[in-house]
Write a protein that binds this ligand. Structure first.
Ligand code: CA
Length: 189
């Protein structure tokens, strides 16, 4: 009986050691593996977030769609030159977006900041703008709305996507004179 107990006990020890070895070797498999772009190593293999692929998550995936959900333009200097202000009502600011060389505005914001003393404008109401042609240049304009028509106060252009831009949640760019553009983006894969 004693020897049987001893046998079971040593069998348990063997199993315990085997489990430990398996666990340690599984851990060790990740020892020299570095996953990029917030990928996580599991048993020696990088598990990537949905935005990246390949063995080490270093390759950016092409999104099926990109949507702008919020646009902010800040540090705009309005008072140097005001020929856009047809009726002297100061900036009554709306956002316009154009695709590439389009002559027409593809989007005009719901929000308008009337007679605004601000130098920072954020537009997000009903803004679900599809970046249909991902490599297109987009033109963002601040428009002054007076008597039923728009005059452009400021414009800037941006390419929101290229195949190695890291797919940021917020695209940010600073232009000459310190004007800053921020565009919040959603991706689908
Ligand atoms: Ca005005």
């Amino acid at each position: 009986m004693k020897s049987r107990i001893k046998y079971i006990s040593s069998l348990c020890n063997v199993l315990l050691i085997a489990t430990l070895i398996t666990t340690i070797s599984a851990c060790n498999k990740c020892k020299d593996v570095e996953c990029d772009n917030e990928g996580i190593c599991e048993k020696g293999i990088c598990e990537c977030t949905e935005r990246f692929t390949d063995d080490f998550c270093s390759l950016q995936r092409q999104p099926k769609s990109i949507t702008m959900t919020r646009v902010q333009i800040s540090d705009v200097e309005f008072y140097v030159n005001r020929e856009w202000d047809e009726d002297g009502s100061r900036p009554d600011v709306q956002l316009g977006i154009q695709k590439g060389r389009d002559v027409f505005l593809s989007f005009i914001s719901n929000e308008r900041f009337d007679n605004s003393p601000s130098s920072e404008f954020t537009f997000e109401d009903e803004l679900k703008f599809d970046v249909a042609n991902q490599s297109e240049t987009y033109r963002f304009s601040l428009l002054d709305y007076d008597d039923g028509s728009y005059q452009e106060i400021f414009w800037c252009t941006a390419n929101l996507y290229h195949s190695s831009n890291g797919l940021p949640d917020v695209f940010e760019y600073e232009y000459d004179a310190g004007v800053k553009l921020k565009v919040w983006l959603e991706y689908e894969f």
